[in-house]
Design a protein around this ligand. Structure first.
Ligand code: PEP
Length: 250
């Protein structure tokens, strides 16, 4: 098992001035624990190097929230996977719904970003998920299959790629998918992963979408759920740790 369970990743999104990020990272790292699972944070680019330095030796993964598809070049305002690595990141999120749907990123672009992340030596967290309309139309499994197949980078392995299932309608809304829906989607994702990579069945699949301390235990106890990707609730260190502990992390 390349990733000790539970895997609990915090996406700080566009939150964290330097002083706030320092305080939050310090509070996450200060919690006594043996790190029996996998804990990680994904801070904004501007504080990434500082947070990575602060968390060095803590056993906590630090990742970027996105990267450009090219490793360098004339792409004003963009950040490459190599730059993330240089700043101390070991992982990168690609395909987050706030970029797919908020910024119109296509599966092809996401595949190129994932490939760039792998090429730079980062672990890629590939985010996928259906919209509310797609779910209502009974298209959830087809959408997930399509996003996986079209967004799949060559050379992905269980050690270097983690999938995060995040229904778009559950992100930042306070609504979570039912356990039955989560299990059904994770099952479908697992089935498709088995066809995409020789190690597909061993790949970790996280759930994301309004996870908090109160619902984390039930979600992480569901079959096929290796952990969670947490947005809003990861901005509070005590709540974030409570989620990790709810999944059996210590
Ligand atoms: C996310 O940003 O990936 C996420 C799941 O957000 P939230 O937990 O706030 O729904």
């Amino acid at each position: 098992m390349p990733w000790p369970r539970p895997i609990v990743f915090g996406n700080w999104k566009m939150h964290g001035l330097r002083s706030e990020a320092r305080t939050l990272a310090g509070a996450v790292a200060a919690h006594p624990g043996r790190r029996t699972g996998t804990l990680g944070v994904f801070p904004p680019f501007t504080v990434l190097a500082e947070v990575a330095g602060q968390l060095e030796g803590s056993g906590i993964t630090v990742g970027g929230q996105d990267c450009h598809a090219e490793l360098k070049g004339a792409f004003t305002g963009s950040i490459s996977a190599a730059m993330l690595k240089d700043a101390g990141a070991t992982a990168v999120l690609v395909g987050h719904s706030e970029r797919r749907h908020g910024l119109g990123e296509s599966d092809g672009l996401i595949r190129a970003k994932a490939a760039a992340g792998l090429a730079a030596g980062l672990v890629v967290v590939l985010c996928i998920g259906e919209t509310e309309a797609e779910r209502a139309a009974g298209q959830t499994v087809a959408v997930l299959n399509g996003q996986l197949t079209e967004g799949w980078p060559a050379g992905a392995s269980a050690e270097r790629l983690i999938v995060a299932y995040e229904p778009v309608w559950a992100i930042g809304t306070g609504r979570t998918a039912t356990i039955a829906d989560i299990v059904e989607s994770h099952d479908a994702i697992g089935g498709r992963l088995a066809t995409l990579a020789p190690e597909g069945e061993a790949m970790a699949i996280l759930y994301g979408g309004s996870v908090k301390a109160e619902n984390a235990a039930e979600i992480m106890a569901a079959p096929g759920v290796a952990g969670v990707l947490v947005g809003g609730a990861s901005l509070d260190a005590a709540g974030f740790w409570a989620i990790y502990q709810a999944g059996g992390g210590a």
